[in-house]
Every structure is written in structure tokens, then in C-alpha cells.
Design a protein around this ligand. Sequence first.
Ligand code: DON
Length: 303
Amino acid sequence: MDYQELLEQIEADIAPLIGSGTPAEYIPALASVEPRQFGMAIADLDGKVHGVGDWRTAFSAQSITKVFALALALAEGGDSLWERVGREPSGNPFNSLVQLEYENGIPRNPFINAGALVVTDRLQTLTGDASSELLKFLQEESGNPDVAFDAEVATSEQENGDRNAALAHFMASYGNLDNPVPALLDHYFWQCSIELTCADLALAARFLARHGLRADGSRLLTRSEAKQVNAVMLTCGTYDAAGEFAYRVGLPGKSGVGGGIVAVVPGLCTLAVWSPGLDAQGNSVAGVAALDRFTTLTGLSVF
Ligand code: DON
């Protein structure tokens, strides 16, 4: 398949949507990003990357980091993680508090904020420095030492972090966190602030297309764990729009409020797309449309 030609076709098809939607407004450092940007990259299993548009412009990874944190926590600590966090779609916004009380402080899945806080807590216990471990992993898998924390975004998150603090304290009251809440929030906010390009993101996610194998050929996850992470991405990776995303795109995918989305075609390639305008559920409007176009034009999906 000629990936370059395909990407150019997709870019032309979705051009009218670039700039639609609204960049995340609840984090001031994200609200000021120029919305009329769009980039898309495809990495094959051997690490060859193709891209179009702003595919080499760095953006805020935000919740996309939740996939990598989950993979590292599973790799380091195994299955016991699932005693603390579920694997069902929430059907609620990513920062919702409501389910937590009647489900006794056990978040529905690792990709809503409450679940991601549990995963980061676990990773902190397992490694002693959750956010740095995550950054190191992304740098290694992308082969790009410039993948970095963005201090302005992390500070902005911290200053607007009451909702995440509430989620964390609430779970702590149920005994579902090991680490002190302020330290955990710190790691979570720095984790969310990581900035990378579509090229970096597509490369870094390749272990999910390679059934658990890292860029250097070593094993991060078992084949079965890689399947499990992909499955949770498909069912929970785009919050209360996961059903619509599966319907339109038909691939495991994870979005972030920075406007990025990563998607996986197991055994073939990874896709990364970025455009800052978000829909009401927090997913990139042009990004979802581009992935929809990809699976429609190629017939590639997990279905
Ligand atoms: O926790 C937050 O509010 C953000 N730092 C991350 C949220 C996010 O990307 C959710 N995504 N769609």
C-alpha cells in the first residue's frame, strides 16, 4: 500500500473540517493553541514513518499517555492492577465523579481520569518515578530525545486540577491509592503535559501493533496483554464516544484533549493524528474524521 498517497488523499478529504470544534478550554495553556492545524502519520512495523501536514509539530499528548502508563504498569506489575480498576466503558465524561461512589472507589477503566490516576499510582509504587519512566519509554520507542515534559502545561493543569484532586482524594478514602495524593497528582499532571509529534506517537505505539514487542525487539507485554490493552482502547479509549468511534473507525484508539489520537492496526501499522479542535466528548473532530477516512478507504479495521 502506498501510505504517502493515502495520507495525502485523507488530508484532502478532511480539509473542510480542519479548524472545526474547540480546543480544550479548561487548561489555559491548551486553549491558546492555533486550531487550524492538522497532522497525520503512519508507522509500519519496522519503524518506517510517513506523514502529512503538521506531522512533525509537537502537541500536548494529554490522555494519550494513559495507554503507555497502562502498558508500563502491566509490564512491571502484571494482572493485579485489575483488582483496582475495571475494564468497562463508563459512558460518562472523562473527568466524571458520579460512578466512583456507587462503585466503591474502583474506577470503571484505566482511560477515564480516575482510572488513570490509579494506574499512575501503581506505576509510582512499582518504579519510584512514574512520570520520568513514562517519558523515558516514549523517548526510547520514538527514538526522539526531544520528546519532553511541557512545564507550562503541567503548571496550568496543576492550577486547574481541582477535579482530578477530588477524584484522587475520593479514591484514597476507599484505600485504592498507595501514594500520597499530592505526589500522585504531580506525576499525573507531568505525565499529561508530555509533548510529542505525530511521528513520535506513531512510532512509540508500535508495541501495540507488534503484539507486545518494543522497538528494539525486546518484549514489553505478552501477546495476550497487548491484545488486552488494544481491547480496552477500543471499548474505552474515546470516553463516552467509544461506541461512535468503534462504529466509524473500527480500530483501537486513544484520544487526548490536546487533539491527538493514536490508533492501532494490529500486525500492520500504527496511526497518529492531531488537530486541536475537539467535539463535545473531547475528541479531535478532524482527527476522528481522518481515521474514519483511513479505514473506509483501505478496508483495514479489526472488524
Ligand atoms: O486530566 C486532565 O484533565 C487532562 N490533563 C487530561 C485529560 C484528557 O486528555 C482527557 N481526554 N480526552
